[in-house]
Design a protein around this ligand. Structure first.
Ligand code: FE2
Length: 471
């Protein structure tokens, strides 16, 4: 069994309107242009917002379910209650000159898991500490961290110890990633094990136009240039990489549950030719015959939302694993887009310039897509026409991550973070694929163009959709 990176990619969620400047706006602000103590205040405020989101997510879980393991490949929910705080503590403690007061907990809650060889964790709920002990540990370390960051001494000097604030950015985004991936776990928890939350109203059913868009040849700029005063990015986002992309055609809309139902009904899961060897082994050994968000109900299909079971919503994007998306694309005589093609369709323009977001330079708002914790579930494809790219491709950012056919690998010039060397490098193994875009539970700050997400090809619980390309 391997340790996993990121939080996320093993992990959690929150809720609540952001206050003041959006995360995205802050993230792209030039740190050098902000007075240090002001920047310390901003980062501290963002850390508090992220903590509020994680706290609210744990409130979704009924107390009797906190030691459940909704996803066999992941830790029990209780682990994440300690992990979100232990990660911050392990990252920030030494730079701030603080000493450990519970080394056993520091280690127990240090890392999530992401087994790639099929081994599953075997621990029992009794193996984990009592909730009160974990909450005491969390409170004590938060008090110490907060005092060291802002509560005493010279804020500027404190910030300097944290690499000018970069370590706080890591703590914030790590927590927000868990805010999303913990949601994947809680989605699999039976409805009766959760407290329902308010659901925003449905959006009007969209009219769908042209379904296939031609993208002319052009340049796609991936990644970020490495600059001392540049915006925050994780190690795998550096350095900038310009790719010349030949012309191709791409689906303007994501593949829907309705589209995918045809694939299921026409025997897609029984057609060996559509699946790689590893994918076939996985779906047959797990008797996986339809998307994990679907429920087979005799002759009809239902769908598992976060807090209910509903008739299969045919116009929502289908959430599937990379293996399933690839098999569908093969069945349709198409392919998944490469990471560079996806960039080109999302950020390229007919004039040749590239945009920060598919819709332009404006920071993400609820008019542009389904993201930043506004909803718990997807909406019908094409519901956000104001979020379309210049080429008219819809829903590229939000409503579910998008699978690419590109294995997760470093860009030229990659250097791991010295304080978190395994965040990306542990996953450059050809067994993970890049996802782009964002889901309903992706924080606005991680909707930036350079952000890369990745998962194993058969992990079926991710909020990941797809579209196809033709060459
Ligand atoms: Fe983590």
């Amino acid at each position: 069994m391997r340790l996993t990176r990121r939080p996320g990619f093993v992990q959690a969620v929150f809720f609540s309107p952001l206050q003041g400047k959006s995360l995205a706006q802050e993230n792209f602000m030039n740190p050098a242009a902000v007075a240090p103590s002001s920047r310390a205040n901003q980062l501290f405020s963002r850390l508090q917002e992220a903590r509020a989101r994680s706290e609210q997510l744990f409130q979704v879980v009924r107390p009797s379910a906190l030691y459940d393991r909704p996803v066999p490949e992941r830790h029990r929910i209780i682990f994440y209650l300690g992990h979100l705080e232990a990660f911050d503590w392990n990252l920030l403690r030494e730079p701030l000159g603080l000493s450990s007061f519970d080394p056993d907990f520091d280690k127990l809650f240090a890392f999530g898991i992401d087994p790639v060889e099929g081994g599953l964790p075997t621990d029992q709920s009794r193996d984990w500490p009592a909730i009160d002990r974990i909450r005491d540990y969390n409170k004590r370390l938060r008090d110490l961290l907060d005092a060291a960051i802002l509560g005493c001494g010279d804020k500027d000097a404190n910030l300097a110890r944290l690499e000018g604030g970069r370590l706080l950015e890591v703590a914030i985004e790590h927590r927000l990633m868990h805010a999303e991936t913990l949601c994947y776990m809680l989605h699999q928890l039976p409805v009766g094990r959760k407290f329902s939350q308010s659901i925003p109203r449905e959006l009007p059913a969209p009219a769908r136009g042209l379904r296939r868009v031609g993208i002319p040849a052009g340049t796609a700029t991936l990644g970020l240039p490495r600059r001392e005063d540049g915006p925050f990015g994780w190690d795998n986002e550096f350095e900038e990489l310009r790719v010349e992309v030949p012309a191709f055609a791409i689906d303007a809309y994501n593949v829907t549950n309705g589209d995918y139902l045809r694939f299921v009904q026409e025997g897609g899961y029984e057609n060996r030719a559509l699946w790689s060897d590893a994918a076939w082994e996985w779906i047959t050994s797990h008797e996986h015959r339809y998307p994990s968000f679907w429920i087979s109900d005799g002759n009809s299909w239902r769908y598992r939302t976060m807090f209910a079971e509903i008739p299969l919503p045919l116009d929502w994007p289908v959430y599937v694993s990379h293996d399933e998306a690839s098999a569908y694309a093969r069945w349709a005589g198409k392919e998944l887009p490469s990471e560079a093609e996806w960039h080109r369709a999302a950020y390229g323009t007919r004039g040749g310039a590239e945009r920060e977001y598919p819709w332009g330079a404006e920071a993400p708002t609820s008019r542009r897509g389904n993201f930043d914790f506004e909803r718990w579930d997807p909406v019908a494809v094409g519901s956000y026409p104001e979020g379309s790219s210049d080429f008219g491709v819809t829903d590229l950012v939000g409503n579910g991550w998008e699978w690419t056919r590109t294995p997760f690998a470093p860009f030229p010039g990659f250097h791991p973070f010295p304080f978190y060397p395994g965040y990306s490098a542990n996953f450059f193994d050809g067994k993970h694929f890049v996802m782009k875009g964002g889901s309903p539970r992706t924080a606005a700050c991680m909707l930036r163009r350079s952000f890369r997400n990745w998962f194993q090809p058969h992990y079926p619980y991710v909020y990941a959709k797809f579209r196809c390309v033709e060459h």
